[in-house]
Design a binder for this molecule. Structure first.
Ligand code: GLN
Length: 535
């Protein structure tokens, strides 16, 4: 059976955290640069329907697409590398697969058959993989299988890959990412874990076509030969993936190893032209040769796990490149910030960013950090809950509404300056029910945001239930805090700014989801630019 779309599966062995997401994104970048339209999909073997209900400590940040999917953070890497938006179809979990199969069963679609993992679950997985291919928009679909080969949870996915490889033959290949550890005592790189993990794949009926070997040292010819021999792959299909200084180096390292060429050969596709990665290289040159340096304080309650703020920290890196500046991040735990230690905790910062979040833990520290930034005239960016904290702080300390709060935390507070959205009031289910995805926003000409964006009409992604309470708008605006961004249809306040301040912006949306290497986000760039000007 022949198919116009080609499929590349990326599996992982030996251990988790080998960087399958970055390898997938780098391969996609190289194929895109050769003229192939490419997309990447992540299959997550957990039973949650999506990561929206997961605590960030579990898997890091929840990424949000334009069409409002709450997804794995790897989709953020895909978008940052490819500069092409992903969608609902790009992230599928076991929970979603089972939900869909069980709904079909309830509708009687299986005509009395016993519903089983094989073929019903595996068919559903195969269908989900092909949704992107069948759209006709992509030459190549890269599907990253979450987890590690051998996990009970990933068995149906590996089985689906086995079946697709059989059915689609040369239109499908498997890239297996493994570890080649260095044993200091022996002074050697060891190939055994790789051999074992390939064996495990073979037991499941899948022969990998390409091996990407994560290593801290060079894989010499002897080692490559050994791996090739024991794992039944060609020598040129043993790819070294050395630890890199920056994740943005990885596409170039993979290009040196000719990963893209080997993939195209195996898929019987012409290599076309040499990839044009000039803008990518220019980005890297600027990243590595900054002309100045600034330190931003990132105030949040999940700072022990930096992946919780992945898109924000990457956006700051991108904005640094635009401004030829190295952006250092000082991670500040909002729970540890108090009125008494704030001067010490936030001392010496060039800019302050108060992060998104949910619930009461650490909120008083966030509000204190806003006050510090406002009073000391430190450039400030508040995102989502960070914006809401800015609104609360202004009410309490400027408008004299000392009991102002958000009804998320004090339901019956005297001045609910942040309140639940009307559309949210009747909702009781937690999953996928927030205001999610892209919405239009109209900016006030001449405001800091409209200058940063260099346009007055934008679209940004949302993920929240609460909003600025417009009953207080007049009071804010006549006292120096302006709503400089509004939803044109509903009048919801999306951006606030303090007038008498070098640069103080709170955004209800999440700009971090749209920053890419090709297009660093204007709001982050504007923030870093303001930080530089203010010094
Ligand atoms: N908890 C707030 C809300 O639901 C903010 C959400 C966020 O920061 N993403 O409105």
């Amino acid at each position: 059976m022949s198919n116009s779309t080609k499929y590349v599966f990326v599996t992982g062995g030996v251990t988790s955290s080998l960087g399958k997401g970055i390898i997938s994104a780098s391969l996609a970048k190289l194929l895109q640069a050769r003229g192939y339209s490419t997309t990447i999909q992540k299959l997550d073997p957990y039973i949650n329907v999506d990561p929206g209900t997961l605590n960030p400590y579990e898997h890091g940040e929840c990424f949000v697409t334009d069409d409002g999917a709450e997804t794995d953070l790897d989709l953020g890497h895909y978008e940052r590398f490819l500069n092409v938006p992903t969608s609902q179809a790009n992230n599928v979990t076991t929970g979603r697969i089972y939900q869909s199969v069980i709904e079909k069963e309830r509708r009687g679609e299986f005509l009395g058959k016993t519903v089983q993992v094989i073929p019903h679950i595996t068919n559903e997985i195969k269908e989900r993989i092909q949704i992107l291919g069948n759209k006709g928009d992509y030459d190549i679909v890269i599907t990253e299988i979450g987890g590690t080969v051998g996990d009970i949870e990933s068995l149906p996915y590996v089985e689906a890959v086995r079946q697709m490889k059989w059915e689609f033959d040369e239109d499908c290949i498997v890239v297996h990412l493994t570890l080649v550890p260095y044993l200091a005592a022996a002074g050697e790189l060891k190939t055994k874990p790789t051999q074992h993990s390939v064996k495990q794949l073979l037991e499941l009926g899948v022969q990998p076509d390409i091996l990407c070997c994560r290593t801290e040292h060079e894989l010499d010819l002897n080692l490559r030969r050994k791996i090739a021999k024991f794992c039944n792959v060609n020598m040129n299909a043993v790819i070294e993936s050395r630890d890199a200084e920056s994740i943005y180096d990885v596409p170039l390292l993979m290009q040196e190893e000719e990963l893209d060429k080997v993939v195209l050969e195996k898929l019987s596709l012409p290599t076309k032209s040499t990839p044009n990665l000039n803008t990518w290289k220019e980005f890297l040159t600027n990243l590595k040769n900054p002309e100045s340096e600034v330190t931003i304080g990132l105030v949040g309650k999940y700072v022990e796990l930096k992946d919780s703020y992945k898109s924000i920290s990457e956006s700051l890196i991108h904005a640094g490149v635009t401004n030829k500046t190295k952006v250092n991040v000082r991670w500040i735990h909002s729970e540890k910030v108090t009125k008494d230690n704030i001067e010490k905790e936030l001392e010496g910062l060039d800019g302050i960013l108060v992060a998104p979040g949910f619930g009461s833990r650490g909120i008083s520290g966030k509000i204190e950090a806003v006050r510090f930034a406002r009073v000391n005239r430190v450039p400030f960016l508040g995102i989502c809950l960070g914006m809401q904290c800015a609104v609360i702080e202004y009410a309490r300390n400027v408008l004299g509404l000392t009991e102002a709060h958000t009804t998320e935390i004090v339901d019956s507070c005297k001045d609910p300056v942040i309140d639940i959205m009307a559309a949210q009031k009747e909702i009781s289910e937690m999953g996928g029910t927030m205001r999610l995805g892209a919405y239009e926003c109209q900016l006030t000409p001449g405001s800091n945001v409209s200058e940063a964006y260099n346009t007055d009409s934008i679209s940004e992604r949302h993920r929240h239930r609460y909003e600025f309470n417009n009953e207080y708008l007049e009071q804010y605006e006549s006292n120096g805090m302006k709503a400089t961004g509004k939803n044109p249809e509903t009048g919801l306040v999306e951006v606030v700014e303090v007038e008498d301040h070098p640069w103080f912006v709170g955004a209800q949306f999440h700009p971090e989801y749209k920053s890419t290497v090709a297009e660093p986000h204007p709001l982050f760039s504007g923030f870093i630019n303001a930080v530089l000007k203010n010094r």
